[in-house]
Design a protein around this ligand. Sequence first.
Ligand SMILES: CC(C)(COP(=O)(O)OP(=O)(O)OC[C@H]1O[C@@H](n2cnc3c(N)ncnc32)[C@H](O)[C@@H]1OP(=O)(O)O)[C@@H](O)C(=O)NCCC(=O)NCCS
Length: 207
Amino acid sequence: MSNNGAAGQRDNYEKHLSAPLPDQGENGGRKKMEIEIREMGVDDIPLVFHLGEQVFTADKTPTLYRTWDEFEVISMFNEDTEYCLVAALEGQIVGFALGNVVTKKKSAWKYGYLVWLVVSPEYQRMGVASRLFNKFEDKMIEAGVRIFMIDTEADNLPALHFFRAKGFVNPQQHIYMTYNPAATEQQREKKRSLRGKRNGTEHRRSG
Ligand SMILES: CC(C)(COP(=O)(O)OP(=O)(O)OC[C@H]1O[C@@H](n2cnc3c(N)ncnc32)[C@H](O)[C@@H]1OP(=O)(O)O)[C@@H](O)C(=O)NCCC(=O)NCCS
């Protein structure tokens, strides 16, 4: 998937990024953002993990929260290093994109799956994710990918807006469910005991 007018769009985002940030200096000075988009290195692993931990919270993105852990970062880094990108600013990681190429037997098509895309809340709406995505897209296209895939929660509006803005279309509904065997057994037990009590009462009434 390559968007029409992508070059123009990229120029816009580059402009965003070179624009000064709101005041962050001591004396009213303005700090210029120099974010570098590069491949993730082994030293970035803990920083990426902690940024994800900060962003994927149980209340806002419960499914992403459940599936995010240090092994996820390590395994994606091990298996698909070239598709693990970070946005770095002065030794800090302010964003990352982790993905892989999905191939299917008996199909010449390759799919580019962007599994995780995160920008630190302080740096959102400055074009950081766009820059990460642009680099990811270039690498995937170089690898022969023709279709890109993402998934996220249906009410994750910033992400949905972002992906639509990048040209993603055709959202398909997908339901996640959870099952807790211990809690389910407790509920079943409660129902059985209520039913037992009710039956006991009925026996007594009719007896
Ligand atoms: C989704 C996310 C990565 C976007 O990062 P970002 O750096 O803020 O995105 P950009 O600045 O590159 O935005 C590009 C365009 O996407 C759209 N967009 C991004 N965030 C948006 C928001 N909160 N509301 C509406 N549109 C939004 C806009 O069209 C924006 O262009 P504009 O700022 O010129 O209007 C970021 O919100 C995030 O990290 N969210 C939490 C993690 C997450 O849910 N990731 C996705 C699932 S893994």
